[in-house]
Structures are given as C-alpha cells and as structure tokens.
Design a protein around this ligand. Structure first.
Ligand code: CA
Length: 221
C-alpha cells in the first residue's frame, strides 16, 4: 500500500514518512500544495495525508481540485487544534477523516488503516484468506497459525493482494502500489517477490493468471 504525505512542516513530514515506512507503506511526500496536487493527480496511491495549511496551494483547495477531477483516494486531513470549522470544511470538501494537531502517531496509523480497509471493502484489521492471516496493526503474517517472516517488499505485495483477494492484480498495478515514486521500479522484481512468498506461504496461495497477473485465493476455472 502506498501513501502520499503532503505537509510543509519538515520535521512533521519526516516523522510521518518514517513512521509510515516502518508501518509497511511505500511513501511519497510533498512539501507544498502544488507539488502535492501534481503527485495526487499523477501517482497511484492508496491514501493521502493532507495538511490544510500549505504554501502555494492550500489543502482545502487541493482537496476540492482532486475531488473535482474524480479522485476517490481516501484523504485524511491534518487540522489546527480546536479549528472545528476546518474539520467541517474539510469533510465537506471530500476528506474521509481528520486529525487535529498535535496528534499521536499511533492514532494516525490506526485511522489510516481504517480508511484503506473501508476503501477496499474490509471490516477487520486482521485480513484472512486461504489460510494466510495478516494483522495490519502489527504487520505480522502467519500461515495456518505458523508465523512467517517477510521482507518489507514481500509484505507490501502480500498486503495488496490480501486487500484485493479474489481479484486479478496485474504486475504493473502491484508495482504502482508497492514502490514510492522515486524508487527504481522494476516489474521483474514482482515475480521474485511472488516466488519468495510462495516458498514461504505454500505454492497454492498466490495464483498466476497467465498474461493478466496474480490472484490470491483458490484456483477458478
Ligand atoms: Ca502547515
């Protein structure tokens, strides 16, 4: 899963990026509204964390522009403390959730998990499919109850497939969702991650749909 952080406060932005990366996300970051809007329009991300007070283009205008152009990406806004009108305006402009500054990073991560969960149609923080259990809160994975150790990229591939279980996911889609923009992307590495996941989880968990991509779940017709 990939997240875009738009925050002009350098210290907070760096804290967000590092906490999100530790939480297993690929992270893109922008320090002003124009750059954030450009990335939001051109990059495929699973959620956006948006500060409202931004140089060049303020967060509310950015959000309205994104929604006007049809983006349905979940957006969590960061508002000033006690500024209830910002929350109201933000939600009306298309935000899915908000947090008032200063906030606790654990709370931000929990709200982000909930946004991504809702957007992909899941109700629980623990994803289960074909004997694989993935706890999005702790990034722990097990197969038939036995813990499995995954690398950061293996985890991202599995997390994306688990969120889209039963659906065929192409290699290019996986590339879009597991790497940040400035990362040297190579869709051949996806094959390597899938091969390693199969050797750790069992050969029948991830199916190859020839010419189309991968699908988590039992083989169909
Ligand atoms: Ca700001």
């Amino acid at each position: 899963m990939r997240v875009l952080v738009i925050e002009d406060d350098a210290r907070l932005r760096e804290q967000l990026v590092s906490s999100l990366e530790q939480g297993g996300y690929a992270v893109d970051a922008a320090q002003d509204g124009e750059t954030g809007h450009f990335l939001g329009e051109t990059e495929t991300v699973d959620a956006i964390i948006l500060d409202l007070g931004l140089p060049q283009l303020d967060g509310l205008s950015l959000l309205r522009k994104l929604r006007a152009s049809g983006s349905r990406t979940p957006v969590l806004i960061l508002t000033a403390r006690d500024a209830w009108h910002e929350k109201v305006e933000g939600i009306d402009a298309g935000a899915d959730d908000y947090l008032a500054k200063p906030f606790n990073m654990e709370e931000l991560l929990a709200r982000l998990r909930a946004l991504i969960r809702r957007a992909t149609g899941h109700a629980s923080a623990v994803l289960e499919h074909a004997g694989v259990t993935l706890d999005t809160r702790t990034a722990r994975v097990s197969i038939n109850g036995n813990p499995v150790k995954l690398t950061a990229h293996e985890y991202r591939v599995l997390l994306y497939l688990m969120h889209h279980a039963g659906v065929v996911v192409s290699r290019s889609e996986l590339v879009e969702h597991i790497y940040a923009q400035d990362f040297d992307r190579d869709s051949n590495t996806i094959e390597v991650f899938v091969r390693r996941l199969r050797s750790k989880l069992g050969q029948d968990v991830i199916h190859t749909e020839r010419g189309l991509g991968y699908r988590l779940g039992p083989a169909c017709g």
